[in-house]
Ligand binder design. Structure first.
Ligand code: S3P
Length: 424
């Protein structure tokens, strides 16, 4: 689907951000592994979380859909073999986290995915799970994979990269393994798995970047999911670059392992106000007021910043195009392993509309401020975050742009365009 985007004069009003994708996946998985009944409120309606939901239904868990954002999960904590392959669709989180869960079951499973997911690296989970005793067959560490369920044992694993998906996969395997499992991260990545495991009664301890879990039985509890800061990021950037904008983004999860975008906006001199701080099912949440700012300055984003804003880097490139001076992104090579090669694809497309951006092996450099000319067709490469980042750029282009493959926004944020319309 080709989507046309025109320049916007200003954005104002109020929007509520839909549920966090990462927390939604974990809520479905952990409620399915817990004993009892849980009601999950404000679940993400994105296609990625639908993939997780279908897989757990296929594994025999009773999941009742109460309305489009509320589900009820009734489980005895046990999963059943599925004789059909489990289809993770486009979702890396689904694949990597369920690999950890399935590795320790007493049955075999096969996981398949779409074209993009089938190109993404799975060695990062196959390697540590194999050290725990898992038996996983694949061709060259890509989907489809067959997991032969085994009794696993705990390990201490020093992760070569900061990845919440890898960390979570190992911890979920550790839930049902013999002995303790310890994961050590080079930098802290999102900790939603740890928080939810603790919320459901698991024996888990975090000390600096080291997490230790003992095999645990989870107890069902109702879970309410905060809004997704990665979705809110598109609106934060839009509000900062579209002249005369001033609006409120309600219900944004502000877990400190995810707030890299807020820190970077402050580092660049942008103003955001964090209002109504609260806790929802163990996760911090707030409303955010964003205002247009024409005095942004470039900055360096690297090292421990990266896992705290990894999914926001494409839209940060758009923000950096409106900041004076250089914005340098380093140590983000893993961006090449996302739904697309987000470094190469982002640079190729933003150059078309007049952004001064240069690809580097582990990131990119943006030189601002540039007037964005538009008048181009941009390719989304079937990548939801690229499609939405280009849409935000389109709001300040002199001439209309079109985005090919815009329907892929359904992966994480089907409500995106409706919410932009609300504040236009
Ligand atoms: C996610 C972790 C991140 C992120 C992805 C969701 C998660 O991936 O990019 O969109 O829910 O754990 P990595 O942990 O592989 O960096």
């Amino acid at each position: 689907m080709l989507k046309k985007v025109c320049k916007s004069e200003s954005l104002s009003g109020e929007i509520t951000i839909p549920a966090d994708k990462s927390i939604s996946h974990r809520a479905i998985m952990l409620a399915s592994l817990a004993n009892g009944k849980s009601t999950i409120k404000n679940l993400s309606s994105g296609a990625d979380c639908r993939s997780t939901l279908s897989i757990f239904k296929q594994l025999g868990v009773e999941i009742n859909e109460i309305d489009d954002k509320t589900i009820e999960i009734i489980s005895n904590g046990k999963l059943n073999k599925s004789y059909l392959p489990l289809d993770a669709g486009n979702s890396g989180t689904t694949t990597r986290l369920i690999s950890g869960i399935l590795a320790g079951q007493n049955f075999d499973s096969e996981i398949i995915g779409d074209e993009s997911l089938s190109k993404r690296p799975m060695k990062r989970v196959i390697l540590p799970l194999t050290q725990m005793g898992a038996r996983i067959d694949s061709i060259d560490n890509h989907l489809p994979i067959t997991i032969h369920g085994q009794k696993l044992h705990g390990i201490t694993y020093k992760m070569p990269i900061a990845s919440a998906q890898v960390k979570s996969s190992i911890l979920l395997a550790g839930l049902n393994a013999e002995g303790q499992t310890t994961v050590i991260e080079p930098y802290q990545s999102r900790n939603h798995t740890e928080l939810m495991l603790k919320y459901l009664g698991a024996d888990i301890l975090t000390y600096n970047n080291e997490i230790t879990l003992s095999p645990s039985i989870l107890t069902s509890k109702d879970i309410e999911i905060a809004g997704d800061i990665s979705s809110a990021a598109f609106f934060m950037v839009a509000g900062l670059i579209v002249p005369n904008s001033d609006f409120i983004i309600k219900n944004v999860g502000i877990n400190p392992t995810r707030t890299g975008i807020i820190d970077i906006i402050k580092r660049m001199g942008g103003g955001l106000s964090i209002l109504n701080n609260r806790i929802i099912s163990g996760e911090p949440c707030a409303d955010i007021q964003v205002k247009y700012n024409d005095t942004l300055k470039g900055c360096e984003i690297s090292g421990e910043d990266i896992p705290r804003l990894i999914d926001e880097l494409p839209v940060i490139a758009v923000l950096a195009s409106q900041a004076d001076g250089e914005t340098i992104i380093k140590n983000a090579e893993d961006l090449r392993n996302k739904e697309s090669d987000r470094i190469k694809c982002l640079v190729t497309e933003l150059l078309k509309i007049g952004v001064d951006i240069e690809e580097t092996p582990d990131g990119f450099i943006v030189r601002g401020k540039s007037k964005l000319k538009g008048n181009a067709e941009l390719e989304s490469y079937n990548d939801h975050r690229l499609a939405m980042s280009f849409y935000v750029a389109g709001l300040i282009c002199e001439k209309e742009i079109s985005i090919n493959g815009f329907e892929w926004t359904k992966i994480s944020f089907p409500e995106f365009e409706e919410l932009v319309e609300k504040i236009k």
